[in-house]
Design a protein around this ligand. Structure first.
Ligand code: ZN
Length: 487
């Protein structure tokens, strides 16, 4: 018997949970899954912890591992309904537009979870059930979300806020940013696969219905994650310092007695007035400044534009890491002032030229060509893949590096309106470049020429465009694109 509040085991006949200090009362909202529901033959859900208009988060028990987890259910409020007294399945109305939105939203919800998983986030399971999609993430090990809320009120809020700056690659919600630990909110704007100009804070305010309860739990979750990360970093630094000392006995600045070896921090700011320079790359200026000043160094700041480093983060430093300085010495920190003006001062590059086009698949037809090269001319011909699945791709290759700022594109089979409707179209593309970077962008479901701007200039010898969202055609299960012109 589990407590529906915290999904920890309760002993005895009492309904009172000693773990969370409350009576186990089942959630009565008809649109939430009934507590006790088993998902994927494995996860028993408890009460809903919160919802944000696009998803519902439940506390749950992973019966295989016998631990608490969080289960995220794609539930776009207003577009789907459910009466859990009748069935756990969500019901989508008959309106084709709504069905399309929900279908794409579901795909994106799953895609986002996969991307997050690839980035190393603790996404434990992704599955479809009840006519919607689910994602399972870790619940905090030692605290229930309810207990966390209390600790959060004791100041984790500020920590979590600061942590957002450092914690950029979390799992984003599907159509809207979801503010919870694993579905990290700090990068939600990229999760929307469109412009990245909005600040996370703004995105939150604009798209999130109020859900204080969830938000607080979320921030506490982030805070817990960050504390763990900081502890790990601390441990690594400790061992690095110790390691360096043990094999650095020939180095004058570290010629210390064995006794001192147990106090690495002291050695860092040793009594002979020397200080070892730390590595500040990628740190926030204010943090680096504080730490350097604590070591007795003076900090000078030089600002420059950078398209790679976010504003107020450090690009490089005048003194190499590990170098010995004296207290009172100055170090120069080169700090990013954002990307805006960089391209203005640069010479414009000539238009990109790609000499080869390849694709994941090409639909065969005796009378009509659907070759990838068709996208080079805007004449109604198109590239068509053999499926309407996300993951189909088309790639532009070049002999040497090109500068690309975006692509002009005509979506779908644009021969005529009928062909357009009958075939599948792209709603989102991931662009991958030879420098290892990638950008995800949404694409309008329209036959008109549209520009997809990267917001920066990319130096690359190749551009792979992978379909990560699509809209099914009314007849043919083939993804089509009629025109792609890099600029
Ligand atoms: Zn409980």
């Amino acid at each position: 018997m589990y407590c529906y509040n915290c999904m920890n085991k309760m002993s005895g006949d009492s309904n009172f949970c000693r773990r969370c200090g409350r009576n186990s009362i089942a959630d009565r909202s008809a649109h939430h899954l009934a507590p006790g529901t088993l998902l994927n033959n494995r996860y028993m859900v408890g009460n809903a912890l919160g919802e944000d208009g696009y998803s519902v988060t439940y506390i749950a028990r992973d019966l295989n591992l016998d631990i608490c987890v969080l289960v995220w259910e794609y539930y776009p409020m207003g577009r789907v309904t459910r009466d859990s007294a009748v069935s756990g399945a969500v019901i989508v109305g008959d309106d084709p537009n709504t069905r399309g939105l929900v279908s794409r939203g579901t795909d994106e919800f799953i895609a986002e979870a996969r991307r997050s998983q690839q980035k190393g986030r603790d996404v434990r399971d992704i599955f479809a059930e009840n006519n919607t999609a689910y994602v399972v993430t870790a619940a905090p090990a030692h605290e229930t979300p309810f207990e966390q809320k209390e600790s959060e009120q004791r100041g984790a809020d500020a920590e979590a806020k600061a942590a957002q700056d450092d914690y950029r690659d979390g799992f984003n919600g599907a159509e809207a940013p979801v503010e919870n630990g694993a579905f990290d909110d700090s990068s939600s704007h990229s999760g929307k696969m469109s412009a990245t100009s909005q600040k996370p804070e703004q995105t939150k305010r604009q798209t999130q219905p109020n859900n204080k309860k969830k938000k607080k739990g979320a921030k506490a979750l982030i805070a817990v994650s960050v504390v763990v990360v900081l502890v790990l970093i601390g441990a690594v630094v400790f061992f690095m310092i110790n390691g360096r000392k043990s094999d650095g006995k020939t180095d004058a600045s570290t010629a210390v007695t064995t006794a001192a070896a147990t106090k690495p921090q002291k050695d860092e700011q040793s009594s002979d007035n020397t200080v070892k320079m730390m590595d500040t790359h990628g740190m926030k200026l204010s943090d680096a400044q504080t730490q350097l000043e604590e070591r007795g160094l003076r900090v000078e700041v030089s600002r420059e534009h950078s398209s790679e480093v976010a504003k107020d983060y450090i690009i490089r430093q005048s003194v190499d890491e590990g170098q010995t300085l004296h207290k009172g010495d100055s170090v120069m920190l080169y700090v990013s002032d954002g990307a805006e003006k960089e391209s203005v001062t640069e010479e414009p590059h000539s238009a990109p030229y790609f000499s080869s086009i390849t694709a994941s698949s090409v639909r065969g037809d005796e009378s009509v060509s659907f070759a990838p090269e068709n996208v080079t001319v805007n004449d109604g011909s198109c590239w068509s893949a053999v499926s309407a699945d996300n993951g189909e791709w088309i790639r532009f290759g070049a002999e040497d590096n090109q500068w690309v700022k975006g692509v002009s594109i005509v979506n779908g089979n644009a021969r005529d309106n009928e062909s357009f409707q009958q075939n599948a179209r792209v709603t989102a593309i991931r662009f991958e470049f030879s420098d290892g970077t990638s950008i995800e962008k949404s694409v309008n479901d329209s036959m008109s020429l549209q520009n997809i701007d990267f917001g920066r200039e990319v130096k690359t010898s190749g551009m792979k465009m992978t379909v990560i969202g699509h809209r099914d055609g009314s007849v043919y299960p083939y993804i089509c694109i009629s025109y792609i012109k890099p600029y």
